[in-house]
Design a protein around this ligand. Sequence first.
Ligand code: NAD
Length: 304
Amino acid sequence: MSARVIDCVAIANEIKEEIKKEVEALKGKGIIPGIATLLVGDNFGARMYRGQVEKFCGEVGFNYVNANPAADATEADVMGIVKELNEDEKVSGILPLRPFPEQISDTVVINSIDVNKDIDCFHPYNMGKLALGETTFPPATPAACIEILEREGVDFTGAEIVVVGHSNIVGKPAMLLALNRNATTTNVHIFTAQAGNSDKHTTGADILIVGAGVPNLIKKHQVKAGAIVVDVGINRVKVLDEKGEPVLNDKGKPKTKTVGDVAFDEVCEVASAITPVPGGVGAVTNMMLMKNALKACKIQHRID
Ligand code: NAD
């Protein structure tokens, strides 16, 4: 079997067009959705993500606000900024970009964000609603996994879904989103692996969602024939030659590439469909965030 590679970029573009249409309709009512990112200092990864969010806001026609206090800002300073963003009608959604400097508590900042502007579902109130199966802002990355599967025509009812990874931003909410769709869900995590029990679960999966942050963790023998595999992992690894030696670039430094958590080539031999890395879940994740901001805007303006 050779798995079909799911075109996640096409799915992301489809969602983007749907959002743009809705934004146009809102503009006709004098309403423009907007996202504010909150970056304290200039952490490299967070800065890169900030730039992407700004770019996507531009592409779908959202307002964008860059809240970026200096790295030595106090918690009180940051709380003051969150309060302003909570009250700012131009801001539909607030996205805290972590890590914060050590003097700023993640929990304190997140708990102070208006629950109707919490577009990546960080607030315990929204995570609680997710657990209860109530309408909320589903966290962008696991929501992207579900969206991809739904657009692939997957019926979740009774499906055996195994999620690898149990973080608060990927694994746990992916489990809840699948469970809320009446799938039979199993969670495999580091302690399952340490107990030597991962394979007996992963090999039973009709759908395998993997978000562990371990390059090439999932191998062919761990995947059921015909399974659909969604690879959330984003890992930078060295490019190796046939002898296993690092390939060097023009500057004499090791070349690197991005890979997922699934050993793509060998798993393609058994799976029926698979998401690629790069150009997979990540592309759709960005659009899910935009979708949540649009939803927040409509809630704030009491539009169905
Ligand atoms: P994390 O480090 O917070 O959590 C990793 C999880 O993997 C843990 O729950 C751990 O129990 C589990 N794990 C680790 N080793 C394991 C093993 N050997 N077997 C089974 N489970 C194991 O990471 P995270 O923030 O959840 O991110 C996971 C991956 O997803 C990373 O590669 C990250 O870069 C990627 N990610 C992608 C997107 C996207 O949009 N595509 C968004 C967020 C994170």
